[in-house]
Write a protein that binds this ligand. Structure first.
Ligand code: IVH
Length: 675
């Protein structure tokens, strides 16, 4: 075979493979047996190996070819990637429709397109001469991260368009199907790594993995819903969707052209009823004005187009039988009631356990074993029992009696006057010890990978560990004896323990689990007292001077150091070489020298953000010279409010405190070159 013949064969194979791949991944109707597809692909791989100059970036062999990336360059979007206004009720949608009509000529008739709102992550795809050249995340809306090599692994994203010579930008939603999400979380759990709360988080995390091969294994998928094509004017949104389909992009088939609001509501109703049957998660419907001339006339607010809105679904409720109320002991001795249920599917996963909050809640709702209960899954992984179906209570149930003694160690439970929780206050309780060790090893504390529940249960039950200080005297032989732990994992655990000796003082302080001392308070304490010895010697007055420390925390810190069990544990941690004092400020990354938007500001964070956890966002603010605080007061300069912000937002608004939404926060970070 000469060069020309090789070129011809490569072209033919590429076209065939693209076609079959499109049929399989975009149209979901395979036109070739898997084995046959593999045979064609192998032939292509072999030919490209023989003729390396004929390998093109858009070749089907190049989906997973990208080299690992350690950073994702920031790229500005040609048109900002905005978000959508949310609504949860018919009235909101009617009001939206009225605003749309107000913004247009009196005689205008408005038609809508309604689509599913896919619970994933927005992505922009840039094509030049019909070849994928760049993929960029939404980022702060103005600029995002270039994740091209990772996006190439998404099988339904075409590397080459089905028509030549096209320059365009396409936007869509990358998502993880329910089954892939469940499989991922299973493997996370088995590996002792943190589970993802929802497919959106796992998708966002996956797009930012450094190794495209790992991304490919997670099987991300995509639906596109927007195209801007050079030299081409679309008249309607529906025409855009049609064009996307024509060019080979995946377009969700569940969309409707709605000549009036009645059809929009009908579509919403159909989708809400069918949402559980979909193989991916959706959180609502997106309503868009169909005419692009009207869209243009309506324009944009700072955050979103006036021509579109998201109509969210209400949290889904399901019923299940309550089989048992099990009591769990937390690390501070709090006893939490957990509902054990007949397995039931809710929001895409099978649920057998749910939180019952506390004894008062059970009493208030009169929840009894045997009841049919109502379950809801909010933004959290753990579903909640929100009520009972009183009419269907079986005969012979009894009101739940909260026990008087600890389910693990049998010590009498205590309820403090100002708390709803019942506590086990036995310092030797093994139930508490297990949870304390888990907390110490957790991601925001010492971050000891692999030391999860299964290992903790065993090392405590076998008497290998009596407090967190004992962890550092465990060796590979100790671990190797545990069930379901091979030699390799045992070695990894020892390595993880060794590495954790370098965690900074503030993490140790958080990890040792002083009641009421969360990550932020631990950081403030570490900064003010610089070492564990000075903190142990602090008086109530010394403590009261620290930001965010009131009498309750001050007392709890003093109680902790006064407790007889504390000194021996600290002795062991000291002997193990942990960081029990703060390193000099010059090597601490958090003392920024340049003034930024956040310098000197007291900042409170509330609600949940999609980009960062509250802890991460707080750490960023502090690195940029701001101070974080947990409560809003007159002294607060700024409230950063994510999704579902509650009373803090109300209070900030009442006090006239400046509020930044997630987008605006990201925008400020963007200005400082942080993405
Ligand atoms: S249109 C101006 N259509 O929802 C933004 N967005 O809050 C126009 N999303 O960032 C977006 N499904 O990530 C649109 N069918 C759909 C969508 C969709 C999911 C996401 C997207 C966007 C967010 C808006």
């Amino acid at each position: 075979m000469n060069h020309d013949q090789a070129q011809q064969r490569i072209d033919a194979l590429t076209t065939q493979l693209e076609e079959h791949s499109h049929n399989y991944h975009v149209l979901a109707s395979p036109t070739i047996a898997d084995g046959e597809f593999d045979r064609l692909l192998e032939e292509l791989v072999r030919l490209e190996g023989e003729w390396p100059d004929l390998v093109r970036p858009e070749s089907p062999t190049q989906r997973v070819g990208g080299a690992p990336t350690s950073d994702f360059p920031t790229v500005a979007h040609a048109t900002p990637m905005l978000s959508l206004d949310n609504s949860y009720s018919r009235e909101d949608v009617v009001a939206f429709d009225a605003r749309v009509h107000n913004g247009l000529d009196e005689t205008a008739t408005v038609e809508y397109v309604a689509e599913l709102k896919i619970d994933g992550v927005a992505l922009s795809l840039i094509y030049e001469d019909s070849r994928l050249v760049r993929a960029v995340t939404r980022g702060d809306g103005a600029q995002g991260d270039e994740v091209t090599n990772n996006a190439r692994t998404i099988r339904s994203v075409p590397l080459r368009l089905r028509e030549p010579g096209i320059t365009c930008e396409v936007r869509g939603e990358v998502y993880m199907a329910r089954e892939d999400f469940a499989a991922l979380n299973r493997s996370q759990q088995e590996a002792g790594r943190p589970m993802f709360a929802n497919p959106r988080n796992s998708t966002a995390g996956t797009l930012k993995l450094q190794n495209p091969q790992a991304v490919a294994r997670r099987r991300l998928r995509c639906f596109t819903y927007w195209i801007d094509r050079a030299g081409f004017a679309y008249a309607t949104h529906a025409a855009r969707l049609e064009s996307l389909r024509h060019l080979g992009f995946p377009v969700n088939p569940e969309w409707a052209h709605c000549p009036s609001l009645a059809e929009v509501f009908a579509f919403y109703g159909r989708c809400e009823a069918a949402r559980d049957d979909l193989p991916y998660e959706v959180d609502g419907v997106v309503i868009k004005v169909d005419s692009l001339a009207q869209q243009e006339q309506l324009g944009f607010t700072a955050k979103s187009p006036r021509s579109a809105m998201a109509y969210k679904f209400r949290a889904e409720q399901v019923r299940s039988r309550l089989l048992e109320i099990r009591l769990q002991v937390g690390r501070t001795g709090t006893i939490s009631p957990v509902a054990i249920l007949e397995p039931v599917r809710v929001a895409g996963s099978t649920v057998q356990r749910a939180t019952l909050h506390n004894a008062d809640e059970i009493a208030r709702k009169d929840i009894r074993v045997g009841d049919l209960v109502l379950l809801e899954k909010g933004g959290d992984v753990i579903p909640k029992v929100v009520g009972i179906v009183a009419a269907e209570r079986p005969a012979g149930t009894e009101a739940f009696r909260f026990p008087d003694s600890c389910p693990v160690c049998d010590a009498a439970l205590v309820s403090y006057a100002d708390e709803v929780a019942r506590r086990c206050v036995n310092p030797a309780c093994q139930g508490q010890l297990k949870r304390r060790i888990e907390h110490f090893c957790g991601r925001n504390a010492m971050d000891i990978e692999g030391l999860g529940t299964a290992v903790v249960e065993q090392i405590v039950d076998r008497g290998l560990v009596h407090d967190i200080g004992d962890l550092y005297s465990l060796n590979a032989a100790d671990f190797a004896e545990l069930e379901r732990l091979g030699e390799k994992s045992a070695g990894n655990l020892v390595d993880a323990l060794t590495a954790s000796r370098q965690r900074p003082f503030e993490r140790v302080l958080f990890g040792i689990g002083i009641l009421h001392v969360g990550a932020t308070v631990a950081r403030n304490l570490a900064r003010s007292f610089l070492s564990i010895d000075r903190l142990a010697a602090a008086t109530a007055e010394d403590l009261a001077e620290v930001d965010e420390i009131g009498p309750v925390i001050a007392q709890s810190v003093r109680d902790f150091f006064a407790a007889p069990a504390t000194a021996p544990v600290l002795g062991k941690l000291r002997a193990a070489g942990l960081q029990l004092s703060r390193q000099a400020p010059e090597d601490a990354a958090d003392d920024s020298t340049q003034a930024t938007f956040f310098t000197g500001k007291t900042v409170v964070l509330t609600g949940s953000m999609s980009r960062y956890s509250r802890e991460e966002a707080g750490a960023i603010v502090e690195r940029l010279g701001g101070r974080t605080s947990s409560s809003v007061s007159r002294k607060t300069d700024l409230l950063i409010a994510g999704d579902k912000a509650g009373s803090k937002l109300t209070k900030a608004e009442a006090l006239g405190v400046r509020v930044l939404g997630e987008e605006e926060f990201l925008l400020e970070l963007g200005k400082l070159g942080i993405s």
